[in-house]
Design a protein around this ligand. Structure first.
Ligand code: NAD
Length: 500
């Protein structure tokens, strides 16, 4: 397998390379180019130059996005296979992610972007135009490299921007493949893909050609990016980490919700920004829910994502694997009970047993921090107000959910969660027509829907006075009024004037 950078619509030469590890084996299986600063400049020059024409024709951009959607759909099996090997997720989920990206391009191609008329009367015509920003630097993480890239590329391009994508060094290959797939679909320079280390991300954020940084990743990196963007006042959208609580009320049937709770916690082996990361269960059903989710964890089929029947893959990379090990060990040392799992699986790869932990509470790192892996703390509560207070007592604010048979109450309680998306009787269900983003440290700005598209634009208000027409009309009115008053009051030239 060999992969190349896409710069100015062409494969760029590889000057240096980085190993890419298959997390199911823990061993390198391919390499990616390590883009040089000169190649970054070339990609930025190409993007800036392409912007001058790309911005001009909305209809052409809509058509290009549809062609891109077709191309991604056709390549989904191939992209998916690469994704499984570098990311670890099961093949079906990986192909599904690529198809999801294609769907995102298609839906985005139809989104409205025409000017709005805010006022149109005798005096004024005021129009609101959405103008592209210029070159966008897009930086993505390793958990959903393809679909999260699509959330940026499709709206940025529809709005008339051009974009340079830098994937995570842990999962660069599927994005490089995406660059190859779109080489003949999009005009040169409109979309470039550069792989490299974290420092390449820093250089993108500092690059003078970049007008907007669209970033998905950790809170720590998000803060660095906000600081790097400030001197040039580059626009930023930051989609950052989460520590989502799920609050399960006592009126639900444990066996009706256990599977859903488990899936929303362990999807992608817990490596989802909006996975359930803290489970609060009413004490009346606590034991039953704990037993059920532990049983599901015990029976979860985890392994190499290329193997038939595997539902949960490994942790993506060594540092993250060590972190999950550390958080679970820390919880044990703090007196937590490991109900099932509790450690790495023997053998190769970054496999961690699906783990359920009880007898744990706030103040323990597994609860307070984002574990981003297959280890879930399950905690009882007596009073729902107390549960909400505990749920909200965090710097994070990405998602949260309430589970109850009383829908109205569920909605009321979900509204009290401090988070960007509050679900009721579900979690993780992200839809293309709603904005997605976090409050507090979970992010700045939104992706998806018309709000995500607007984030790749700047407003321009065109405020036109109908002055000339209005002045003509006004002077005609004044002339009519003057002749009336002359006639009535005997002004100069009036018939009455002669009589005085
Ligand atoms: P990360 O912050 O370590 O890396 C993300 C990207 O930033 C990578 O491409 C990396 O190379 C790059 N990067 C690192 N340092 C940089 C710098 N100084 N300047 C510019 N770029 C730099 O995150 P990760 O470990 O890849 O991803 C996991 C995190 O992402 C988790 O916290 C997860 O919750 C979060 N995440 C958030 C969302 C969301 O939409 N809110 C979605 C997925 C993941």
């Amino acid at each position: 397998m060999s992969f190349t950078l896409t710069i100015a619509g062409e494969a760029a030469p590889t000057h240096g390379s980085l190993d890419v590890v298959n997390p199911a084996t823990g061993k390198p299986f391919a390499s990616c180019p390590d883009a040089t600063p000169e190649q970054l400049d070339q990609a930025m020059d190409a993007a800036a130059s392409a912007f001058t024409t790309w911005r001009g024709d909305l209809a052409a951009r809509r058509e290009a996005l549809v062609r891109a959607a077709d191309a991604i759909q056709a390549a989904a099996p191939e992209i998916g296979r690469i994704l499984t090997q570098e990311q670890g997720k099961p093949l079906e989920a990986a192909v599904g992610e690529a198809i999801g990206a294609s769907v995102w391009f298609r839906l985005t191609s139809e989104m409205p972007l025409e000017p709005e008329v805010l006022q149109d009367d005798d005096e004024l015509r005021i129009e609101l135009h959405r103008k592209p920003l210029g070159v966008v630097g897009a930086i993505t993480p390793w958990n959903f490299p393809i679909v999260l890239a699509a959330w940026k590329i499709a709206p940025a391009l529809l709005a008339g921007n051009t974009l340079v994508l830098k994937p995570s060094p842990f999962t660069p290959l599927s994005s490089l493949k995406l660059g190859e797939v779109l080489r003949d679909v999009l005009p040169p320079g409109v979309f470039s893909v550069l792989s490299g280390g974290d420092d390449l991300g820093r250089l993108i954020c500092e690059h003078e050609a970049v007008r907007k940084i669209s970033f998905t990743g950790s809170v720590a990196t998000g803060k660095k990016i906000a600081a790097a963007a400030a001197p040039d006042l580059k626009r930023v959208t930051l989609e950052l980490g989460g520590n989502d609580p799920a609050v399960v009320l006592g009126d639900v049937d444990p066996s009706a919700v256990a599977q859903k709770l488990f899936e929303a916690s362990f999807a992608n082996s817990g490596q989802v920004c909006v996975a359930i990361k803290r489970l609060y269960v009413h004490e009346s059903i606590y034991g039953a829910v704990l037993d059920e989710v532990a049983e599901l964890a015990r029976n979860a089929v985890f392994g190499d994502g290329l193997e038939e029947g595997v539902k949960y893959g490994p942790i993506n990379n060594e540092p993250q694997f060590q972190r999950v090990c550390e958080l679970v060990e820390d919880a044990k040392a703090a007196g937590a009970t490991v109900v099932t799992g509790g450690g790495p699986r023997a053998g190769d790869g970054y496999f961690f047993e699906p783990t359920i932990v009880s007898d744990v509470a706030e103040g323990v790192r597994l609860v307070d921090e984002e574990q981003f892996g297959p280890a879930l703390p399950v905690m009882p509560f007596r009073d729902v107000d107390d549960a909400l207070e505990r749920a909200n007592d965090t710097h994070f604010g990405l998602g949260g959910s309430v589970w109850t048979t009383d829908l109205e109450r569920g909605v009321d309680l979900a509204r009290r969660l401090e988070c960007g998306t509050g679900w009721v009787n579900q979690h993780l269900n992200l839809v293309p027509n709603a904005p997605f983003g976090g409050c507090k440290w979970s992010g700045i700005g939104y992706e998806n829907g018309r709000w995500g598209l607007a984030a790749f634009t700047e407003f321009q208000v065109i405020n036109a006075a109908k002055a000339l027409r209005a002045r003509v009309a006004a002077s005609a009115r004044r002339a009519r009024a003057a002749s009336l008053s002359r006639a009535e009051w005997g002004g100069p030239g009036s018939a009455r004037a002669g009589t005085t």
